[in-house]
Ligand binder design. Structure first.
Ligand SMILES: [Ca+2]
Length: 355
C-alpha cells in the first residue's frame, strides 16, 4: 500500500458522519478529472485515442455471470501483485497429473486518473492480450478502478515460441510459469494485480461446472453500526449433483496487509444459510501488494439440486485510536467449480478461442 493510500483510510474515517456524501463526491472528483484534456496514452502495444478512451463505459457494476464451462476436469487460479514492478510471474503448479489444459481467463485491475486505456493490453508470455473492460468505477481520491478480462486459448497459453527465456515454459497440462509484461507503471497509473484462471480436462474426473462471474464492484466498509458491510454477488449457471464437491475463488484488489484491516469471504447456497469461510483477514495482499486470489473449499456448503448461490465479501471496520479503519476493496471476479450432472461440452476449448 502506498503512503497516500495509507492516509486514505483515516481520512475517509474522518468523513464518517458524511459517509453518504463521500460516494457522490468521489464521483464528482472523477468526473472533473475526466473533463481535463486527455493526453494520448502510449505504450509498446500501441496508441489509444482520446475518443477511444472516452468511449470506455463509466459504470458501477455488479458481478454478473460470464460463462460456465462444463467438463470432466476443473480449474486452478493463481495471482500476483503488479504494484511497483514492470513484470511479474504467475506460477501454476497444482493441475493434477494426466490433465490437459483447455484454456484460461486472465483478470487484471488498475487504479488510474486519466491514463486508462493503455492498461487494457497486457502480455502473457509475450502473447498480447486485449482485455475487455468490465467496469470503471470511482475509487478514493479521484481515482477510478478499471477491471479487465482477457480470454486465452490453449494455443496462446502454450505458445513456446514466444515464451521468454529463463522461465519454465508451460507443460501441456498448463502447469508452468506465465510472465506478465507490457503494462504501464508510471503515475498516476497504479497497477493492482492479476489472476490467471486455467481450466483443464481430465478424463477420469467427474463432470464439473466451472462458473465465471465477474465485473468491478467496490466493497466498502461501514461508518455506522453494525460496523460491517456485506457485498454480494449472485452466482448462477450451475447444477449441483451428489456427492457435491465445490471450490470457490475470490479475486480481489486493493486489499491491505495492515493488521487493522478485517474482511471475510462467505457463500450462501440456495439450500443453506450464509456461512463464512475461516479467517477474518482474507484479503490481505497475499499475492503481493494489493492483490488476493483466495481459493476456498465449499464442499458441505452446497446441496445436491442447488442451482444458485450468493458469494459474499464482508468488510469489518476497526477502531484505530480515535478513528475508524474503513477499507475499500476491488472485487473483480468469482470463480467456482461444482460437481454436476450437466452434459459436458463436446469441445470446451472452443469456448476460449476467437476472443
Ligand atoms: Ca489473502
Amino acid at each position: 500500500m502506498r503512503q497516500d493510500d495509507r492516509l486514505a483510510a483515516p481520512l475517509a474515517s474522518l468523513a464518517a458522519p458524511l459517509a453518504s456524501l463521500a460516494a457522490p463526491l468521489a464521483s464528482l472528483a472523477a468526473l472533473i478529472v475526466l473533463a481535463v484534456p486527455l493526453t494520448l496514452a502510449q505504450s509498446e502495444t500501441g496508441v489509444v485515442s482520446d475518443q477511444e478512451f472516452q468511449a470506455e463505459p463509466y459504470v458501477t457494476t455488479e458481478l454478473t455471470h460470464f460463462m460456465t464451462v462444463t467438463l470432466r476436469g476443473g480449474y486452478v487460479a493463481a495471482g500476483t501483485g503488479l504494484t511497483g514492478v514492470s513484470e511479474a510471474t504467475i506460477v501454476i503448479d497444482s493441475i493434477p497429473q494426466g490433465a490437459q489444459l483447455v484454456g484460461g481467463v486472465l483478470y487484471w485491475a488498475f487504479l488510474d486518473r486519466t491514463g486508462g486505456p493503455s492498461h487494457r493490453r497486457i502480455r502473457v508470455n509475450n502473447v498480447l492480450v486485449e482485455g475487455e473492460l468490465l467496469g470503471r468505477v470511482a475509487f478514493l481520491l479521484g481515482r477510478e478502478s478499471f477491471v479487465y478480462r482477457g480470454v486465452l486459448s490453449r494455443e496462446q497459453l502454450l505458445n513456446h515460441d514466444l515464451h521468454p527465456l529463463g522461465e519454465l515454459p508451460p507443460l501441456p497440462s498448463g502447469n508452468g510459469a506465465y510472465l506478465l509484461s507490457g503494462f504501464p507503471l508510471e503515475e498516476p497509473t497504479r497497477p493492482q494485480g492479476a489472476t490467471l484462471v486455467l481450466v483443464y480436462e481430465h478424463e477420469q474426473m467427474r463432470p464439473q461446472d466451472v462458473v465465471f462471474t465477474d465485473g468491478n464492484v467496490l466493497p466498502h466498509g461501514g461508518f455506522l453500526p453494525p460496523w460491517w458491510r456485506d457485498t454480494r454477488a449472485d452466482i448462477t449457471g450451475f447444477a449441483a449433483e451428489a456427492p457435491v464437491e465445490a471450490t470457490s475463488t475470490y479475486i480481489v484488489g486493493a486489499g491491505s496487509s495492515s493488521s487493522l484491516a478485517r474482511d471475510k469471504a462467505g457463500f450462501q447456497a440456495a439450500s443453506h444459510a450464509l456461512r463464512f469461510l475461516p479467517g477474518d483477514q482474507v484479503f490481505d495482499s497475499s499475492d503481493g501488494p494489493r492483490w488476493d486470489t483466495e481459493t476456498l473449499e465449499l464442499t458441505g456448503l452446497i446441496a445436491p439440486g442447488d442451482r444458485s448461490g450468493t458469494a459474499v465479501v464482508r468488510l469489518i471496520s476497526t477502531r484505530w485510536g480515535g478513528l475508524w479503519w474503513v477499507d475499500d476493496l476491488i472485487w473483480a471476479a468469482h470463480v467456482m467449480s461444482v460437481s454436476t450432472g450437466n452434459p459436458v461440452e463436446p469441445d470446451p476449448g472452443a469456448l476460449f478461442r476467437g476472443w
